[in-house]
Design a protein around this ligand. Structure first.
Ligand SMILES: *Cc1c(COP(=O)(O)O)cnc(C)c1O
Length: 391
């Protein structure tokens, strides 16, 4: 038996070098960065260095980076903040049906406040249609918010095209890039992105720290009021160790992007091929090519994803079914339903997301164990009996 972690889209461990840089900021350099004394100034200096690293990683200016408590806060802030600040221009937002709940539920809450939201559909691969986006734009549209890459099925959207349309129509464009950072090269200037969310724990940094890039000139209201931190835009004493960790993690993730992607892509292709060839009645979910390198997601007909996860866990393999936030609920994921899968097939979903620590042996172990588990679970399904009996 091996322990194989294949749930890197849910979270990653904190890399050792990242952790090492964070440690002194707990009890050695503990000053409040807002303080004028040496304790404070020293810490402030390191926050600025980290801010520079985040900016450089995405092609932004340091003064366009605001630290937050993670991806959820960044999405909430961007969507609510831009909407509230631009209400005089209109009350319409465009997003997609497959956003992470941090963005989706924020839009739903704005709907309850009287804003109107268009949720664009996606095709069977999870891709939006550019013409449908164009058609959805009205004189009232103030914000387009579309995720860069999907956390459940890995599909990567045509971000440049979307951003260019938004720019042409003078509509703000926000993207949730939480899954994309460290996997895809991003340059917010070249790509005309107005705001972008990122979160450290998805790229080997600590949990509870993220950032929102806000292009200079974008009108946005505060989400968190209080002290004057983050140039008066996001109150609260800074999560200093987190910020230091985020800086180091994003530097690592973006410096080694090609090397990491090549390695991970090889493992992903081996895993996908092994599963598709070795297990009948299986659907690969998400786009076959335009997807995150580490993302492998499937639906196995005639089984329940929950049972599959538990059986895999008994063999030391950690995966997920749908999104980590929704497991524990019995509704199939909104993403799988949006790509047109019927409920009974969506229930048999499995997401395996490969990360830096995974090896060929890990993949071989999964390919050795998974077909037997799927077969065993199918043997218990009356539906599968019918298929096998040729009815
Ligand atoms: C994980 C994730 C989030 C939420 O980020 P947190 O830092 O956990 O709040 C938002 N969007 C996407 C696409 C994610 O994968």
């Amino acid at each position: 038996m091996r322990n194989v972690y294949l749930d890197h889209a849910a979270t990653t461990y904190t890399n050792k070098e990242v952790l090492k840089e964070m440690i002194p900021f707990f009890s050695e350099f503990y000053g409040n960065p807002s303080s004028l004394h040496t304790y404070g100034r020293e810490v402030k200096k390191h926050i600025d260095i980290a801010r520079n690293k985040v900016a450089r990683a995405i092609g932004a200016l340091p003064e366009e980076i605001y630290f937050t408590a993670g991806g959820s806060e960044s999405d909430n802030w961007a969507i609510k903040g831009i909407t509230y600040a631009n209400v005089s221009k209109g009350k319409h937002i465009i997003t997609t049906k497959i956003e992470h709940h941090a963005a989706l539920y924020t839009c739903e809450s704005l709907e309850k406040e009287g804003f109107s939201v268009t949720y664009l559909p996606v095709d069977e691969y999870g891709m939006i249609n550019i013409n449908e986006l164009k058609d959805a734009i009205t004189d009232e549209t103030i914000l387009i918010s579309i995720m860069y890459a999907n956390n459940e099925i890995g599909t990567v959207q045509p971000i440049e095209k979307i951003a260019n349309i938004a720019k042409e129509k003078k509509i703000y464009f926000h993207t949730d890039a939480v899954q994309a950072i460290g996997n895809i090269k991003i340059n917010v200037k070249e790509q005309n992105i107005d705001s972008l969310s990122l979160s450290a724990h998805k790229f080997y940094g600590p949990k509870g720290i993220g950032a929102l890039y806000i292009r200079k000139g974008v009108k946005i209201k505060n989400l968190i009021h209080g002290g004057g931190q983050e140039k008066g835009k996001r109150a609260g004493t800074e999560n200093v160790p987190g910020i230091i960790g985020l800086g180091k993690a994003i530097e690592r993730a973006t410096e080694n992007i090609d090397e990491n992607n090549n390695k991970i892509l090889k493992l992903r292709n081996k895993l996908v091929k092994g599963i598709m060839d070795g297990i009948p009645y299986t659907i690969l979910t998400g786009h076959p090519e335009k997807r995150l390198p580490g993302s492998a997601s499937f639906c196995f007909k005639y089984i329940e994803g929950e049972a599959l996860l538990l059986n895999l866990d008994l063999k030391g393999i950690a995966g997920s079914s749908g999104s980590a936030c929704t497991s524990g609920s019995l509704d199939p994921s909104h993403v799988l339903l949006s790509i047109g899968l019927p409920h009974e097939i969506a229930h048999g979903s499995l997401r395996l997301t490969i990360g830096e620590i995974n090896t060929e042996e890990d993949i071989e172990y999964v390919l050795e164990v998974l077909p037997g588990i799927v077969e065993k679970l199918r043997e218990m399904s009356p539906l599968y009996d019918d298929v096998k009996g040729g009815n």
